[in-house]
Design a protein around this ligand. Structure first.
Ligand code: DAT
Ligand code: MG
Length: 139
């Protein structure tokens, strides 16, 4: 259903470093419309639920601790081909491999503290957006 939408979070390191404005500007400049936006903080338990798909990976425990270590900014974004275009805008998971001009190239500090999340499929975009936003928080 949400074929033109994706979900993102500005992660704790980028929020802590005052990059909310710069990252949001890159997102809008790339043609995404912000449908929903909130600053919030995940509990350890909620971060664990959000990343449950990675629960058997060796980095899971650290990832969940990191993602609950400070406030994040959650957004639903809209654009044609949103999921794929947004993955292109954020760049590779490991910032050492992220291309010039991507959000992670500019703001990521490490594989873990990589500045932003981006959904990897339409189905997950829907699930992740629903994790943070009610129906009356989408415009
Ligand atoms: P992405 O965020 O690019 O979709 P992913 O879904 O594979 O990447 O992993 C989710 C997050 O987990 C990622 O943004 C950072 C962390 N992560 C992934 N691989 C990691 C690794 N090898 N070491 C530490 N953290 C890792
Ligand atoms: Mg992923």
């Amino acid at each position: 259903m949400a074929t033109n939408q994706t979900f993102t979070m500005i992660k704790p390191d980028a929020v802590q470093d005052n990059h909310i404005g710069a990252i949001t500007q890159m997102i809008e400049a790339d043609g995404f419309r912000i449908v929903s936006l909130k600053k919030t903080r995940l509990t350890l338990e909620r971060a664990g639920q959000f990343y449950a798909v990675h629960k058997d990976r060796p980095f899971y425990k650290d990832l969940v601790a990191y993602m609950s270590s400070g406030p994040i900014v959650a957004m639903i974004l809209e654009k044609e081909n949103a999921v794929a275009d947004f993955r292109k805008l954020i760049g590779a998971t490991n910032p050492a491999q992220a291309e010039e001009g991507t959000i992670r190239k500019k703001f990521a500090k490490s594989v873990e503290a990589n500045a932003v999340h981006g959904s990897d499929s339409d189905e997950n975009a829907q699930i992740e957006g629903d994790f943070f936003f009610a129906v009356d928080e989408r415009f």
